[in-house]
Write a protein that binds this ligand. Sequence first.
Ligand SMILES: N[C@@H](CCC(=O)N[C@@H](CS)C(=O)NCC(=O)O)C(=O)O
Length: 221
Amino acid sequence: MITLFDLSGKNDLRFSPYCWRVKYLLNFRKITYQAKPTCFTERMNNTFFGDAKLPTITDDGIKITNSFNIAEHIENKYVDIDQRIINSDNKSSLYFINHWSDHFLNASILERVAYDIISVLDDKDIEYFIESRSKRFGMSPKDFQARNIKKSENSFYKCCNFLDKILEKQRYLLGENITYAEMIVLGSFTWGEKVSKNTQIEKKFERLSAWKKELTITLGH
Ligand SMILES: N[C@@H](CCC(=O)N[C@@H](CS)C(=O)NCC(=O)O)C(=O)O
């Protein structure tokens, strides 16, 4: 049985893009799992985690961290080789998309939500979040979002435009079939939407909007 330590906020809100990647895959595979809501400071104060971030899973006593590693583990352990959506043919493309999403899509979202996130955090996480992010940004989350909101309109727009263009020639991000690329990118949009109103996909990106709508139904929310 898989136990997933899932980042949680106020009122049990689950917002981590990386945890959503894993949950979307588990839903897609119809694998039952136990989710353990874990807030930032619970992770930090629990020696079980060490350096491990969220998501972390345990599966039959084995601990696995990092969403990509977890996804590979799930596919390798639970899915027949010819059915896997992470496989030797697409792994390098998925690796590319994983990094693109972290460095471009997630970065553009963070610039639009860094301060809004605070309003959805568990009370006991607020001080930790402001302190750790101020260190990372070199300024408070409030200033970081205020300073970047205009600039990131452009970078978020470009990311949406890029994805919309890909979907012009093919139904899914890597071709005609669902792969783990859908879980990666959908996880990012879900994160943005759960914590802020600043990451709506513009209506003009019709293909991307339709892709998101379909996958949200297929992969659960
Ligand atoms: N590359 C990692 C990123 C995981 C990550 O950064 N998780 C965040 C939550 S979204 C976390 O646990 N942060 C802990 C902290 O900031 O204290 C993955 O794909 O799993």
